[in-house]
Design a protein around this ligand. Structure first.
Ligand code: HEM
Length: 399
């Protein structure tokens, strides 16, 4: 399986959703697939695509049959020399390793624990918006949605303030290829970022091995369950998993509220903001798909998947499945219940979900408090690579 697909980048989207518009609106294609070919094999990417809620849910829950350890299917994170910390994170681990790599930190991300950070997230949001130079035009992405999550995760990890810019550059290099870059250039960029991050975190871990602080790097550095590479992998995972995803949630919320004309009703409190955010998560899920590998031959949606084959469950499609959601193509900010899969399901359910929800709630609350009008310009929308969102969202604002 490994050699024949080496020319297709592993992050390549399927053919029908490669252009800009269809990346922003892949939903007709999903509907077609759910109807005509809900579990289908894509020869070019060499993966099974799964589109319906029922099967996506099953793949996510059944971690024994659908492994997250992608090394078995030749999906490689950047690898530097003999160092394999990229492989050894909870995201890419199956039980029993998965539990070991997650349990030591679980408590820190429980909703009750994370809520204690709300006041600080509010301060960071206000500080960010106080820096605006133009009071009439903002870019939601660069002025708030990009910098906020990186500041929050940096604080939780206990990263010195002066390194946060660097932190963001690394995170971007790993998930967001520069549009002008060739695949090769992007790979080199990723490798460089990876090496620099490893060196940086390694030094911090050395400093914190004796404990004392209550930051997450200290927690990981003193966790007896983790070896050195796993500790580095944990730091890098948090940085990557929590940034662009949360950026996109904040941006997609402003975008959806405008597109569906609900901004004023959210501002006035007529629509509950937290509920509206859940609908954004369903309607424009920042993570549209995840990846798995079959560990044994299995039947799914009437098709037979062979052990070792790749499987791509499309969360973004499951979240629009009419067997699960009434009028799924409608944006209904008061939808309840809303059992979307935007944060995944099963043992890999997003560790940072409570944090992402608070960040989005605080960011939107502050934007709506500060500006009496927010009018996004949606004429020139550019999709962000990898995750579902926009590279910029310029808005005319009034106070
Ligand atoms: C896992 C989405 C924010 C940390 C996941 C998964 C999804 C997801 C779909 C499951 C992946 C899989 O099953 O293969 C999102 C979205 C976010 C978000 C949509 C923002 C709106 C965050 C934040 C953090 C975070 C803020 C951390 C600070 C993680 C981690 C995992 C994960 C560590 C792996 C959990 C495991 O494997 O047990 N996320 N995420 N995420 N997320 Fe998030």
């Amino acid at each position: 399986m490994s050699s024949s697909n080496s020319e297709v980048p592993l992050t390549a989207p399927p053919v029908p959703i490669r252009d800009r518009e269809s990346q922003l609106d892949p939903f007709d294609w999903y509907a077609e697939m759910r109807q005509d070919d809900p579990v289908r094999y894509d020869e070019r990417r060499q993966t099974w695509d799964v589109f319906r809620y029922e099967e996506v849910d099953r793949v996510l829950r059944d971690h024994e049959t659908f492994s997250s350890d992608l090394t078995t299917a030749d999906i490689q994170p950047p690898r530097v020399g003999d160092d394999d910390s990229g492989f050894r994170t909870m995201l890419r681990a199956d039980p029993p390793d998965h539990g070991r790599l997650r349990e030591f930190v679980n408590e820190r991300f429980q909703p009750g624990t994370i809520r204690q950070n709300r006041a600080r997230i509010e301060e960071l949001t206000v500080k960010q918006l106080d820096q605006l130079e133009d009071e009439r035009r903002i870019d939601v992405v660069s002025d708030l949605a990009d910098p906020l999550p990186v500041s929050v995760i940096a604080e939780l990890l206990g990263i010195p303030t002066d390194r946060r810019e660097q932190f963001k550059e690394w995170s971007d290099a790993l998930v967001t290829p520069d549009a002008e870059d060739t695949e090769q250039a992007h790979e080199t960029q990723r490798q460089d970022a990876w090496t620099e991050m490893q060196t940086y975190f390694s030094e911090l871990i050395d400093e914190r091995e004796n404990g004392g602080g209550d930051d997450l790097i200290t927690l990981a550095a003193t966790a007896r369950e983790l070896d050195r590479e796993e500790t580095i992998g944990f730091c890098i995972l948090l940085l990557i998993a929590g940034n662009v995803t949360t950026t996109n949630l904040i941006t997609n919320a402003v975008w959806c509220f405008e597109e569906h004309d609900v901004t004023e009703r959210v501002r006035s409190g007529e629509i509950d903001r937290t509920q509206a955010i859940e609908e954004v998560l369903r309607y424009r899920s920042p993570v549209q798909m995840v990846r798995r590998v079959a560990t044994e031959d299995v039947k799914l949606g009437g098709r037979r998947i062979t052990a070792g084959e790749r499987v791509t469950p499309w969360i973004g499609s499951a979240n629009r499945d009419p067997t699960m959601f009434d009028a799924p193509e409608a944006f209904r900010p008061e939808r309840q219940p809303n059992p979307h899969l935007a944060f995944g399901r099963g043992i890999h359910y997003c560790l940072g979900a409570p944090l992402a929800r608070i960040e989005a709630d605080v960011a939107l609350g502050e934007l709506l408090d500060r500006f009496s009008t927010i009018e996004p310009d949606l004429t020139d929308r550019t999709p962000r690579p990898t995750f579902h969102g926009l590279t910029a969202l310029p808005c005319a604002v009034g106070r």
